[in-house]
Design a protein around this ligand. Structure first.
Ligand SMILES: NC(=O)c1ccc[n+]([C@@H]2O[C@H](COP(=O)([O-])OP(=O)(O)OC[C@H]3O[C@@H](n4cnc5c(N)ncnc54)[C@H](O)[C@@H]3O)[C@@H](O)[C@H]2O)c1
Ligand SMILES: O=c1ccn([C@@H]2O[C@H](COP(=O)(O)OP(=O)(O)O[C@H]3O[C@H](CO)[C@@H](O)[C@H](O)[C@H]3O)[C@@H](O)[C@H]2O)c(=O)[nH]1
Length: 443
């Protein structure tokens, strides 16, 4: 089948490449011509393990091409899959500007009947609204259109695995022929289809993210108590997770969830609840716990030493490992907090960052603040003279860092492991004072 994937970001690029891998003819369309040029040269505009090899393979096979020209992108395919961003508005609701622009482009270039598939995460009610918008803009007697909601559940860092092995394929819509056609896109994948109406499909996506965020905030709150009573939160989560009704997944305590999805999707759910006069009291708490988990971690550091005037090595600025995505990253939030606390110098190590310009600042720190931040790429001298090391992203590389050697070069050998990633015994035997998130230190 011929498909145009609109938006070549993390989701759109992955989806386009995977659809090509499934044997379809794919056009990736994005308004960002730099991104498009890169992709046509076989270079990914972001880091996602395994995806670059597949991109090269599919470009060579001629099954995929990228364009920033909307006209051929829309005219060439019967199926148009939307995967543009839906970031948060200031009021917490999702911003549908990009989706609206796509609808305008479709209306402008429509030349045949089309099925519009919504992969972007859009608020409940949006697919129905999209259909109405298109029906207003297009002569649907001449060019009938159908809209199908097909929310995406991939995780960054393992996007290829998740796309090739979907936990489920949710299809929301009103036209069974169009739903059948979308099912054919995935015919060679093993998946369970869940067919429902628009609102149910949209709600499944938000409720799934809300629930996963709830698991994380739940375990983080339990960690705060575990920390006071000397229980090891890793053991607690493992023991809980042995019950298949609980499961061990998304039950790792740390410095809170980040990324472009959980924070924004929890906000949108809360926004919708407010509009509809419903009280999502659990999710309010989930957000609150996540927002304050970094305060809790900073307090833990300050219970050991003052931050003012200290030199700190921060390991990790991406919101999780195996991605270069820093959106809503807890590591960045910690750096911003350290600057406010008056640390003298912050050294940052992250496998995806080599210059300060690559850091995704959120609070608009002035240059004097940023002057206290240095990107370090060489392991050897990274820890020389620092008062503490903070691990903020669980990059596998960090376990192999020269911890023993570093312990002899630091001003004081304190490691605060915000992801419970390192082995406390090993770190202690390497000469470090190890403090994790509720790792069973006796009070
Ligand atoms: N990132 C994830 O892990 C993930 C997973 C599941 C669902 N989602 C959802 O998928 C959507 C996309 O997320 P993302 O992380 O890929 O976003 P992204 O910001 O990485 O990519 C969005 C892309 O859309 C392009 N774009 C914007 N307006 C356009 C237009 N009018 N025409 C064509 N292209 C346009 C942008 O240039 C950008 O390249 C969001 O709704 C998100 O919530 C994301
Ligand atoms: O037990 C856990 C699991 C995750 N995290 C953190 O939570 C955030 C999100 O992690 P993860 O869910 O692995 O990554 P995302 O790529 O944001 O994927 C989520 O958001 C996507 C966008 O909606 C969905 O498609 C996915 O199903 C959903 O897992 C990251 O900061 C993680 O470090 C924890 O703190 N503890």
């Amino acid at each position: 089948m011929k498909i145009t994937v609109i938006g070549s970001g993390y989701v759109g690029t992955t989806t386009a490449i995977v659809l090509a891998e499934l044997g379809h003819d794919v056009i990736g369309y994005d308004i960002d011509s730099c991104k498009v040029d890169k992709l046509n040269e076989g270079k990914l505009p972001f880091i996602e393990p395994g995806l670059d090899e597949l991109l090269t393979k599919q470009l060579k096979a001629g099954r995929i091409v990228f364009t920033s020209n909307s006209q051929p992108a829309i005219m060439s395919s019967e199926i148009l899959m939307i995967s543009v961003g839906t970031p948060s508005n200031l009021n917490g609701g999702a911003d549908l500007t990009y989706v609206g622009k796509v609808l305008d482009a479709i209306a402008m270039h429509i030349n045949e009947p089309k099925i519009i598939v919504t992969k972007s995460t859009v608020p409940v009610g949006t697919n129905r609204w999209m259909k109405r918008q298109l029906e207003e803009k297009i002569d649907t007697n001449k060019y009938p259109i159908e809209v199908i909601s097909n929310p995406e559940f991939l995780r960054e860092g393992v996007a290829l695995h998740d796309s090739l092995n979907p936990s489920r394929t949710v299809l929301g819509g009103e036209n069974s022929a169009a739903i059948e056609k979308v099912k054919q896109l995935y015919a060679t994948l093993e998946t369970t289809y869940f067919i429902c109406n628009y609102e149910t499909a949209e709600m499944i996506k938000y409720a799934s993210n809300g629930f996963l965020a709830t698991k994380i905030s739940f375990i983080n709150e339990i960690a705060r108590l575990a920390d006071k009573v000397g229980a090891d939160i890793i053991g607690v989560a493992r023991g809980m997770g042995l019950d298949p009704r609980i499961s061990p997944h998304h039950l790792y305590a740390g410095i809170g969830y980040g990324g472009s999805c959980f924070p924004k999707d929890v906000d949108e759910l809360l926004h919708l609840a407010q509009q509809k006069d419903a009280n999502l009291s659990i999710l309010k708490q989930v957000k609150h716990i996540n927002d304050t988990q970094i305060d809790w971690f900073i307090q833990k550091i300050e219970s050991q030493m003052n931050l003012g005037g200290k030199r700190v090595l921060v390991l990790g600025v991406t919101f999780k490992e195996d991605t270069d995505d820093q959106r809503e990253s807890p590591g960045i939030r910690i750096i911003e907090r350290l600057l406010v606390k008056g640390v003298e110098e912050i050294r940052v190590m992250d496998p995806t960052v080599t210059t300060l310009e690559q850091m995704y600042w959120t609070k608009g720190f002035d240059d004097s603040g940023k002057q206290r931040v240095k990107i370090v790429t060489e392991q050897d001298e990274a820890a020389t003279g620092v008062h503490m090391v903070l691990l903020t992203t669980p990059w596998p590389q960090f376990t192999n860092y020269p911890w023993k050697k570093w312990a002899n070069k630091v001003e004081s050998a304190y490691i605060f492991d915000g992801r419970n990633y390192l082995n406390p015994q090993e770190m202690r035997s390497n000469g470090w004072h190890y403090i994790g998130v509720a790792r069973g230190e006796q009070k």
